[in-house]
Design a protein around this ligand. Structure first.
Ligand SMILES: C[S@@+](CC[C@H](N)C(=O)[O-])C[C@H]1O[C@@H](n2cnc3c(N)ncnc32)[C@H](O)[C@@H]1O
Length: 179
């Protein structure tokens, strides 16, 4: 476990940043890609060129901090909410659009996710909320949740084609600046 004395590459969020996204990618799921309540992390920072029949465009992967979620540069018990939406495809073409946008699972990826869970819970405050996103096209969610001893509360169990949405909120302090 890391603590305040381990400051080899220590980063302090500002007082507004109570949420941590540990692998933000292009931030497609965010209502506000510059939400001041969040600290955005990814292991890459790059501009990618996407080619579609309708035309070409560029997309930015632009985290606040470039870091690996298996070794997060934050103190224990720092964030009120941590979200993790890792790559979920192993078989995807290396030059495919999905890989460019979202990365893919390679090498010892189960170990990577295992350590990612440990790190997410380390930096989460006691009674904080952890949100995990997974798309089970190649690997079932059960297999992935078995990589952590943490016990999930509830989640989406209504099937791929359901039109159900989950939307996360966080309660603000009266002293917080507007988000
Ligand atoms: C599915 S995408 C995230 C999509 C994002 N939630 C969105 O809304 O657009 C997964 C991201 O995880 C990043 N990633 C993969 N392994 C990582 C690791 N070990 N540490 C940090 N980021 C990682 C990839 O670079 C990729 O951008």
């Amino acid at each position: 476990m890391k603590n305040k004395n381990d400051c080899s590459s220590h980063i302090e969020p500002n007082e507004e940043q109570v949420v941590l996204d540990v692998c933000c990618g292009p931030k497609g799921m965010w209502f506000n890609k510059h939400d001041p309540r969040a600290m955005f992390v990814d292991r890459r920072s790059e501009t990618i060129k996407m080619h579609y029949p309708s035309g070409n465009y560029t997309e930015k992967i632009n985290p606040d901090v470039v870091a690996d979620f298996t070794n997060l540069p934050f103190d224990d018990n720092t964030f009120s909410l941590v979200v993790m939406d890792p790559p979920h495809l192993q078989r995807s073409g290396p030059d495919g659009r999905m890989t460019k946008r979202y990365g893919h699972l390679k090498g010892e990826w189960r170990e990577m996710l295992k350590m990612g869970f440990v790190e997410c819970f380390r930096v989460l405050k006691p009674h904080g909320t952890f949100v995990f996103k997974w798309c089970e096209v190649q690997f079932p969610i059960k297999e992935i949740l078995d990589l952590t001893p943490e016990k999930p509360l509830f989640g989406h169990q209504s099937g791929k084609r359901a039109n159900t949405h989950w939307v996360a909120f966080i309660k603000q302090n009266p002293t917080d600046k507007g988000a």
